[in-house]
Design a protein around this ligand. Structure first.
Ligand code: GLA
Length: 672
C-alpha cells in the first residue's frame, strides 16, 4: 500500500505569468484573485530564459517579487522548476542539448521543451537551476508544492541523437548481457537483423520498412525511463533541500507514451492536465475514464492541475465550455478523486501562440461570463473542503497496461483499427453509463478487494498475472477478458501453443483463428438463453475469434460468416468463480446488458438508478458518504435519491426524495 498523501486544502487557481504584463497588472490580479477565491498560482514553469540570461548571470528579483506578492495576498505557489524551456544561449553554446528527430535531423531552438532528455549538459545546467530555485525559496511562505518540468515528453516524444543511441545500447547491454542473448530475446534472426557488436544496435530511426517490435517495445520502455530520469534529477535536489514540500509533475490526459504506473512512484501526488473536448456530443465517460486512470495510478486522490476555463486553442475548431460546464466537469473531477482545481491559465496571454486559449481572466477582463462563472465556482469551494482525502469505492476494476497499449498499437496487423483505449472504453463506458464505479489498475495490483476484474485486449501477459487472476477467480471473483489476449510475453514473443496462452486453463478454450473486420462489415452475437437477462441478437465489429472450446460453455454464437453458429461469448467455471471470454467487439447495447448481469451476479449495484447522462459517484471518508449527482444533459432531469435525508454541501440545504437538476447542474450530497 502506497503512503496516502492528503492535501491540506482545496487549491483553486491557475497558471500565472505576471512577468508577461506591465507591473501594475499584478495589483489588479491580486484584487481579482481575492474576488474569485483563488488560493494558488502555478508560476515559473517556462521562465529559465528570464532567470538566467547567460551562463554567469542570474536574475531572481522579479520572481522574488511575485512570490512575496502572492504570500502577502494569501495565495500559494505551485512552483515550477523552470526546466521545461531552455534559454537561447544554451542552444548556442551547447548545441548537444538539442534533440534529434527520427530522420536524424536536429530540432532548432525556439519553442519549448526542445531538449534531449539524455544530454549530460542539460542535466548539469538544469540541476544547477533547480538547486538555485530550491535554495532561494525553501523557506518562503508562498511555496506549497513543486511542479517538476511540465508534461514531460509531450513535445519531444523520442530523441534519436547519438547520445541517446549510446545510452540505449548501454541500457540493452545491462538488461541482456550479450548480443547473443539480445538476438534471441528479440528474435533478431527475423529479416537477419542480428547484431554481433553493440555498436550495431540502432534506435528505431527511419529505415526502409518495419523494425523489430521487441526493439520498439524496449525503446519505449527506455524512453519512459529516460524522461523519468529527467524528473528524478530534479526531485533528488528538491527532496534534499525541501524534504517537506510535496512534489508533482503534470501527467497528460489519455497519454500513452510514458508508463505512468511506474512514474507514480517517484512523485508525492498525481496531477493531470485534463482537456476533454466540450463539443455537444462529448461522452462524459471520456473524462471519467481519464480521472479513474489518474486515481488508479496511486490508488489515491489526485489533482486537476490544468483544465481550460472555456475553450483551448489547439483543436481544429475550439468549442467553448457552455455556461455551467466548467463547474460540472470540475465536480465530476472531484467525484472521481480530484482534490483541487487549477486552470490553464489565470490571465489570457497577449503574445505568442496561446493568446486565444481561454483564461480565468479573459482579454475583456472581469466583466465576462467566464470570470463570473469561475468566481461563483471558487467561492463555493470552501464548502467542499471536508471531502479532500476521501476515497472513491469501486467493486469493479479494469486492468490497463502501458506496455500492452504500445505493443497492441505498433504491431503490424491483425488490424490497424484496433485501439487499446477504445477497447478499455468499450467496457468502461457501459459501466459508467449505469453508474457502476470502476477503478483502473495495473496488472500487478492486489485484486482481492474487487468482485469483477476486466482486462480488455490483454495481448501482452506479464509474469505473475496468470497466477494472480487464477487466484482471484478461484476464490469467487469474476474475470472478463477479450479477443487478442494472452498472445505474447513481456518481450513481445508469441506464447507456444497459441492464444490465450497461459490463460487457456482459466478460460477453458483456445483460439483457432481470428479475423479482423473491415469497418463496414458487422457480425453478431446470437444469445442462446444461457446468460440470464440477456436475450436476442447484438451487433459486433472489429474482430472475431474462432474458438475451440474446452471446459468453457458458449453463451452466444456468431450470427454470420463461415463460423456462424460457433461460440462468440463463453464462460468457464474455475474454482468458486467464473471467467468470461468475449471473442468479438459487441455493441454498447450488449455491453450494458452483459455487464449489468455479470455485476448483478456478484452483488455489484449501481450507485444510483438515474436517467441517461446523469452520473452518480460516491466518495467516502469512513464516516460520511458524499454522493455526487451530475446532470450532463442540456435539459433538466428528475432524480430519486435512495434512502433518507441528505445535506447539499453546495447550497447548504437539506434534501430527500425526488429532486430536480437543471441543465448541467450537479449536487454534492452528504450522508452521515
Ligand atoms: C498544456 C501545457 C500548458 C498549456 C496548455 C494549453 O497543458 O502544460 O502550458 O500549453 O497545455 O492547453
Amino acid at each position: 500500500m502506497m503512503k496516502k498523501f492528503v492535501l491540506p486544502d482545496i487549491y483553486f487557481g491557475g497558471d500565472y505569468t505576471p512577468e508577461h504584463f506591465p507591473k501594475q497588472v499584478m495589483e489588479e490580479d491580486m484584487r481579482l484573485m481575492k474576488k474569485a477565491g483563488v488560493n494558488i498560482a502555478t508560476i515559473n514553469v517556462f521562465s529559465w530564459g528570464q532567470l538566467q540570461p547567460n551562463e554567469d548571470t542570474w536574475c531572481f528579483e522579479w520572481l522574488d517579487e511575485i512570490m512575496d506578492t502572492l504570500a502577502k495576498n494569501g495565495v500559494y505557489a505551485d512552483m515550477g522548476t523552470a526546466t521545461a524551456s531552455t534559454p537561447a544561449w544554451i542552444a548556442k553554446k551547447y548545441p548537444e542539448i538539442l534533440p534529434y528527430d527520427k530522420n536524424g535531423i536536429r530540432f532548432n531552438h525556439g519553442s519549448r521543451q526542445t531538449f534531449n532528455p539524455n544530454s549530460p549538459k542539460y542535466k548539469e545546467l538544469s540541476q544547477k537551476l533547480v538547486r538555485k530555485i530550491a535554495e532561494r525559496y525553501k523557506d518562503h511562505p508562498a511555496l506549497c508544492m513543486w511542479h517538476v518540468n511540465n508534461e514531460l515528453s509531450h513535445q519531444v516524444n523520442y530523441d534519436y541523437s547519438e547520445i541517446t543511441a549510446e545510452k540505449f545500447r548501454n541500457w540493452c547491454k545491462e538488461k541482456y548481457g550479450t548480443c547473443e542473448n539480445l538476438n534471441k530475446t528479440w528474435g533478431l534472426d527475423f529479416w537477419g537483423n542480428n547484431i554481433y557488436e553493440w555498436d550495431e544496435l540502432v534506435p528505431p530511426m527511419k529505415t526502409a520498412h518495419q523494425v523489430s517490435t521487441s526493439l520498439l517495445l524496449d525503446w519505449k520502455r527506455f524512453t519512459s525511463e529516460c524522461y523519468m530520469d529527467v524528473a528524478r534529477n530534479e526531485i533528488e535536489i528538491l527532496r534534499e533541500v525541501t524534504p517537506n514540500v510535496p512534489i508533482t509533475t503534470n501527467f497528460l490526459y489519455e497519454f500513452k507514451r510514458l508508463d505512468y504506473f511506474v512514474w507514480a512512484e517517484i512523485i508525492d501526488f498525481i496531477s493531470v492536465s485534463s482537456f476533454p473536448d466540450p463539443k455537444t456530443n462529448n461522452h462524459p465517460g471520456e473524462a471519467a475514464l481519464s480521472h479513474d486512470m489518474m486515481r488508479g495510478l496511486k490508488d489515491q486522490p489526485f489533482v486537476l492541475l490544468e483544465q481550460a476555463p472555456s475553450q483551448v486553442n489547439w483543436r481544429l475548431a475550439n468549442v467553448n465550455k457552455k455556461p455551467g460546464v466548467m463547474r460540472l466537469w470540475s465536480h465530476q473531477g472531484m467525484a472521481h478523486g480530484s482534490d483541487s482545481f487549477l486552470f490553464f491559465q489565470w490571465r489570457a496571454s497577449v503574445h505568442g501562440s496561446e493568446k486565444f486559449h481561454s483564461a480565468i481572466v479573459p482579454h475583456i477582463g472581469e466583466n465576462s461570463r467566464v470570470f463570473r462563472e469561475m468566481t461563483e465556482f471558487g467561492n463555493e469551494l470552501p464548502n467542499l473542503k471536508e471531502i479532500v482525502g476521501s476515497d472513491v469505492q469501486a467493486d469493479v476494476a479494469i486492468v490497463l497496461d502501458y506496455n500492452n497499449w504500445w505493443t497492441v498499437e505498433f504491431t503490424p496487423g491483425p488490424t490497424a483499427l484496433l485501439k487499446y483505449l477504445e477497447n478499455i472504453q468499450a467496457y468502461h463506458y457501459p459501466l459508467y453509463e449505469q453508474n457502476i464505479t470502476v477503478d483502473i489498475v495495473p496488472y500487478d495490483r492486489d485484486l482481492s478487494k474487487y468482485k469483477v476484474v476486466i482486462a480488455p485486449v490483454l495481448y501482452m501477459l506479464k509474469p505473475g498475472f496468470k497466477e494472480s487472476i487464477e487466484k482471484f477467480v478461484s476464490e469467487g471473483g469474476t474475470f472478463i477478458t477479450t479477443f487478442f489476449s494472452g498472445v505474447v510475453d513481456e518481450h513481445d514473443k508469441v506464447f507456444d501453443g497459441g492464444y490465450p496462452g497461459p490463460l487457456s486453463d482459466l478460460l477453458g478454450l483456445k483460439v483457432e483463428e481470428f479475423e479482423a473486420m473491415k469497418p463496414y462489415i458487422k457480425n453478431s452475437l446470437v444469445m442462446n438463453g444461457k446468460l440470464a437477462n440477456v436475450s436476442g441478437e447484438f451487433e459486433s465489429s472489429l474482430w472475431c475469434d474462432i474458438l475451440q472450446l474446452g471446459t468453457a460453455q458458449s453463451l452466444a454464437e456468431y450470427g454470420k460468416d463461415f463460423f456462424k453458429g460457433t461460440a462468440a461469448l463463453t464462460v468457464n467455471d474455475f474454482g468458486k468463480g467464473k471467467a468470461y471470454y468475449v471473442a468479438t467487439l459487441p455493441d454498447n447495447d450488449f455491453m450494458r446488458k452483459f455487464l449489468k448481469q455479470v455485476c448483478a451476479e456478484q452483488g455489484v449495484k449501481p450507485v444510483l438508478e438515474a436517467p441517461e447522462r446523469v452520473e452518480a459517484v460516491v466518495r467516502c471518508d469512513g464516516d460520511n458518504d458524499y454522493l455526487f449527482v451530475m446532470n450532463h444533459n442540456y435539459e433538466p432531469v428528475e432524480v430519486t435519491l435512495p434512502g433518507g435525508e441528505y445535506f447539499d454541501l453546495l447550497t447548504q440545504t437539506k434534501m430527500r426524495g425526488t429532486i430536480k437538476l437543471d441543465a448541467v447542474q450537479s449536487v454534492i450530497l452528504k450522508q452521515s
